[in-house]
Design a protein around this ligand. Structure first.
Ligand code: BES
Ligand code: MN
Ligand code: ZN
Length: 486
């Protein structure tokens, strides 16, 4: 699909499908004093009750070879970038449903700069048209050509479309990885993906395979991977967009390609979406791919820590103790708390060997974060208040929102075991999301670090706004925005 900028006025469009976004105030005014041809058409042809510019209202009028589609965006006092994304998302759903594969969207929206309107329309359209239909047979309708119409002479609008397309394409790539069969998207498949990205963008790559992991003594990721026929991997990609700077952000993703729970097997109702337990890893791959394509002047390390948490006679067992790469020992209280184990070894490796100046880990770590925040907002805990507030801001800008849960020392002191240094579950059912972070904190010695729990936000049980039911690719837009501004 092609998405591009078209300069000109609404009146210059004489045929085809034209989408116009209107606020409640705009529709009221133009009914009172219609000025242009379009306004006269609206005022004379559309009954008041039928279209008042409310969000989710839409109406179509035809004139000659031109079809106008009016989409409401609500009251001007309530319009923001997210409302533009939402309308654009419904425009792409509507077009697909009505087999409109080529259309123009006008990009003048009150209260929002041209720049942000063009950006938000691009996001809403590209994320909104995404379908995972690889395994569907039969005809597949796709958008072909979308033009974003602007009357503004402003520079930079073409550029923001290009950049936003890169970021959304990467987000949709993440959604593909998340949704792919667990027996396709294995740890070795993630390795192949990382290698492809490295080759395409000339990035440095290092793969720690099971032999190297054994040699290093990364006993936690090895324990998690024991029950699977697919061996575990820690994969490291490096993008150096600013060789003069000492600042490097490392992003570490949980890549459990299927989380059966292990011997603490997950029951029906909880296991069905567990092919997506590599969402953090997918996001990390999508983010470094986007950063490289955007040529961001920043340094980024992407780390994928991946294994399959399988069940079988080889699987690791509750009650056993394993030695981590850091040297600390961990008692397995529950084989279903596997994410923190694979992350722990990766965090130690990264901090010791690559010495980044900041670390963010991103993981579908706990069901508890869903209890706390649902699927609207991701959980966040960490040791650096500056990072936390910067991530919060990036979340507000992109609407990939994060909310801090406190990592007080009291929680960290609960991480303990009778037979080992730590247990992978502690403190009963209490503060599940924070306790995940508390465990991880034991494996980051001194680098400013933030943990993001995306178990809720990475997957939707029903369609919402510019997302279909299913994978969201959550985190690419957030992390790119954070990286750009920090
Ligand atoms: N992958 C799950 C968390 C999860 C739950 C992701 C729902 C997506 C949707 C994780 O490995 C897990 O099983 N966590 C346990 C931790 C517990 C045993 C301490 C959980 O949340 O129940
Ligand atoms: Mn689990
Ligand atoms: Zn898991």
């Amino acid at each position: 699909m092609k998405l591009s900028l078209k300069r000109g006025q609404i009146s210059s469009i004489k045929q085809g499908d034209l989408f116009v976004i209107l606020s409640e105030e705009q529709i009221k005014n133009l009914r009172n004093k219609p000025k242009t041809f379009l306004e006269t058409q609206i005022a004379s042809k559309i009954p008041k009750k039928q279209f008042e510019g409310k969000s989710s209202q839409k109406v179509q009028i035809t004139s000659d070879k031109l079809r106008f589609h009016l989409f409401g965006i609500g009251k001007e006092s309530e319009i923001n970038r997210e409302s533009v994304r939402k309308v654009a998302g419904s425009i792409s759903n509507y077009s697909l449903a009505n087999q409109i594969q080529e259309f123009t969207v006008n990009s003048e929206v009150p209260k929002i700069s041209n720049f942000h309107t063009v950006e938000s329309i691009t996001e809403g359209i590209l994320l909104g048209q995404y379908r995972f239909d690889k395994y569907k047979t039969g005809p597949k309708i796709k958008l072909k050509q979308v033009s974003i119409l602007t009357n503004s002479k402003e520079n930079g609008l073409d550029k923001i479309i290009k950049e936003s397309t890169i970021i959304c394409d990467s987000t949709n790539y993440v959604r593909d990885l998340q949704t792919e069969n667990a027996d396709v998207a294995t740890p070795l498949y993630l390795e192949k993906q990382a290698k492809d990205i490295a080759k395409k963008h000339k990035l440095k790559i290092k793969v720690l395979d099971e032999k190297i992991l054994k040699k290093l003594g990364a006993g936690l990721i090895l324990a998690v991977g024991k029950g699977s026929k697919y061996p575990p991997r820690i994969i490291i990609l490096e993008y150096k967009g600013n060789p003069h700077s000492k600042e490097t952000l490392a992003i570490v993703g949980k890549g459990i390609t299927f989380d059966s729970g292990g011997i603490n097997l997950k029951p029906t109702g909880y296991i069905e979406t567990m092919k997506t337990d590599m969402s953090g890893a997918a996001t990390v791959l999508g983010t470094i791919q986007a950063a490289a394509q955007l040529k961001l002047k920043k340094n980024l390390i992407a780390v994928v820590s991946t294994a399959e948490n399988a069940i079988g006679s080889e699987a690791y067992k509750p009650g056993d103790v394993f030695k981590s790469f850091s040297g600390k020992t961990v008692e397995i209280g529950n084989t279903d708390a596997e994410g923190r184990l694979v992350l722990a070894d990766a965090l130690t490796y990264i901090e010791k060997n690559l010495k980044p100046t900041k670390i963010i880990d991103i993981a579908t770590l706990t069901g508890a974060v869903i209890v706390a925040l649902g699927d609207y907002v991701a959980g966040m805990s960490g040791t650096d208040s500056k990072m936390i507030s910067a991530l919060k801001e990036a979340g507000e800008n992109t609407h990939e929102r994060v909310w801090e849960l406190p990592l007080y020392k009291d929680y960290i002191s609960e991480v303990k075991s009778d037979t080992a240094d730590f247990n992978n579950i502690n403190y009963g059912r209490s503060a599940g999301c924070i306790m995940g972070a508390a465990f991880l904190s034991k494996f980051v010695e001194k680098t400013p670090w933030t943990h993001l729990d995306i178990a809720g936000t990475s997957w939707l049980d029903k369609p919402r706004d510019y997302y279909q039911k299913g994978a969201t690719g959550f985190g690419v837009r957030l992390l790119i925005e954070y990286l750009k501004n920090n």
